[in-house]
Write a protein that binds this ligand. Structure first.
Ligand code: ACM
Length: 532
């Protein structure tokens, strides 16, 4: 079973479960179990094959599951617990139960499970800005997350290369900023080349509402990211007046860090809070909104007279302090809307965050520890081993990746709350999240390849706290389930011939050297990423 339950004991006996079996219990919990086991087409009833009880003494995500010869019992703290009990029950069934079937019957082995998650944040990040993922692909990813008891989908909705949401208030965002005429194809440090193929797409507000509701039903919270004030080329292609210079940019067609930066002045803040209202209005209850804060090139804030005058009027002495003020102002606006801000670690280094702001230390766990010590909730997101745009092996057999290498066992060996941290620091770790940046991930089949099975290891870390000794053996068994669903994961022995795509260039950007460079930067509020 993946992720590993806290306690699992085999019992004697077994129970035959058929499609159309009956589930009884509190309506909300029955609905959650029916949804989690949709292929089984379960029916609600008064007393059934599966009986559910609610025990508020258990945490909201905790559950107990007993399979005996007389039936299946679920005790859950809340709706999420019942949903996860059903996910565990599903993994007790054969792989074929993950396929659509009109009539089937399976023998469920006798078992007693007592289970609850170690971390509240078990996340996947998907960059839909560099390459767009359609609504259907996002809904499918939510299903895969739910199967693995993952509960935070972080959608990176804007970057230099595209804006991905409809806006009624600022329609040029979806009309102009959502597409580019071509995309860079060259390898790192080679002369620029382009594909001359238009790329784009965006979610309508109705799409976003559907994604939010679909996710919520599956115990997944969507965390939208509007990455500001940097990474702003796409926004400034449509609305240059919100930029620091007033200059119009093109939606960027190549990778790396751009100097395009929003203005910190009140009209830009009003623009962004209007966008927050639209996003939250569409998604529904949105406890977290990510506001970025990474890789900001502050040069234009140091040059524009109006911005310097604004900074002085606030009594601030540097662009970095102004950035801290700007992000705090946005976090306050989110708090008024019932949402907590989430930021990349540069924003913590710049200082001045609200205490309730969640920090994602992508440049290493050292800065994560400092954020935890300062009292912030932290979600472990370091490049190594949680940036899945890195190849799984340092080999030209792999598809083109940003660097190498991060294997599934590297992920499994990671500790989101390291033992050497103090108790207080460890208590600040809300969880763990993998990042899929998509500069070099241009289609859904490659998304599958990069995410799976490494995300199985992330699920195990998030739920169980650490990968069990038998993780590799359980993963091997688990791949049959992914096969049945049709997930084009990376096989343990390496890619299928058709998964190689453009060959990777091994060792151009080795991960070890990259981590050292990034860690060194976490001490300087104005330093940006080494460009790859
Ligand atoms: C990041 O990789 N710039 C968060």
């Amino acid at each position: 079973m993946i992720p590993r339950p806290e306690l699992l004991n085999d019992l004697s006996g077994s129970y035959e479960l058929s499609t159309g079996a009956v589930v009884s219990g509190p309506a909300e919990l029955v609905d959650a179990v029916r949804l989690a086991l949709a292929p089984l087409d379960l029916r609600p009833g008064d007393s059934g094959d599966i009986d559910i009880r609610q025990d508020p003494g258990l945490g909201p995500e905790a559950y107990r599951l007993t399979v005996g010869s007389r039936g299946i019992e679920i005790t859950a703290g809340g709706r999420a617990g019942a949903f996860y009990a059903a996910q565990s029950l599903h993994q007790l069934l054969p792989d074929a139960s993950y396929r659509f079937s009109t009539r089937a019957s399976w023998l469920v082995p006798g078992v007693r499970i007592e289970d609850a998650p170690r971390f509240s944040w078990r996340g996947l990040h998907l960059d839909v800005a560099r390459h767009f993922s359609t609504k259907r692909e996002v809904l499918r990813l939510i299903d895969l997350m739910a199967m693995h008891k993952m509960n935070r989908l972080h959608l990176h909705l804007v970057d230099d290369q595209g804006w991905r949401v409809e806006s009624k208030a600022y329609p040029l965002l979806h009309e102009v900023s959502s597409h580019r005429p071509r995309t860079a194809t060259n390898y790192y440090k080679e002369p620029e080349s382009y594909d001359d193929i238009p790329h784009g797409g965006y979610y309508t507000l109705d799409d976003l509402a559907e994604i939010g509701a679909y996710a919520r039903a599956r115990c997944v919270t969507v965390v939208p990211e509007i990455d500001v004030p940097g990474h702003a080329s796409a926004i400034l292609a449509a609305y240059p007046a919100f930029g620091a210079t007033g200059e119009r940019y093109d939606v960027l067609d190549r990778w790396g860090i751009s100097p395009a930066i929003l203005s910190p002045l009140p009209p830009t803040i009003e623009f962004l809070t209007t966008i927050f209202d639209e996003l939250i209005g569409a998604l529904g209850e949105t406890p977290f909104v990510h506001i970025g804060g990474d890789e900001v090139v502050l040069d234009h804030w140091n040059e524009a007279a109006e911005i310097i005058a604004f900074r002085d009027s606030l009594g601030l002495s540097s662009a970095s302090e102004l950035q801290a003020w700007f992000l705090r102002r946005l976090a306050d606006a989110l708090a008024e809307r019932g949402a907590r801000a989430v930021v990349w670690d540069e924003a913590f280094v710049a200082g001045g965050l609200r205490e309730d702001t969640v920090v994602m230390p992508w440049r290493g766990m050292g800065v994560g520890r400092r954020a935890a010590a300062a009292g912030h909730d932290v979600v472990a997101t370091p490049v190594f081993p949680l940036y899945f745009d890195y190849a799984e092996a340092s080999s030209a057999d792999e598809p083109m990746a940003i660097g190498d290498a991060t294997s599934v066992s590297d992920v499994a060996a990671f500790s989101p709350a390291p033992a050497e941290w103090s108790e207080a620091e460890r208590a600040r770790v809300a969880g763990v999240q993998a990042q899929l940046w998509t500069e070099r991930v241009s289609d859904p089949r490659t998304v599958d390849y990069r995410l799976w099975p490494r995300s199985c290891a992330v699920a195990e870390l998030g739920w169980a706290g650490a990968a069990g000794d038998d993780f590799a053996a359980r993963l091997d068994r688990h791949l049959g389930r992914l096969d049945a669903i049709g997930v084009e994961y990376r096989p343990a022995a390496g890619p299928h011939p058709w998964q190689r795509r453009r060959p990777h260039r091994p060792s151009v950007v080795p991960i070890a050297g990259m981590m050292e460079k990034l860690e060194a930067m976490t001490h300087d509020a104005e330093s940006t990423r080494p460009s790859v």
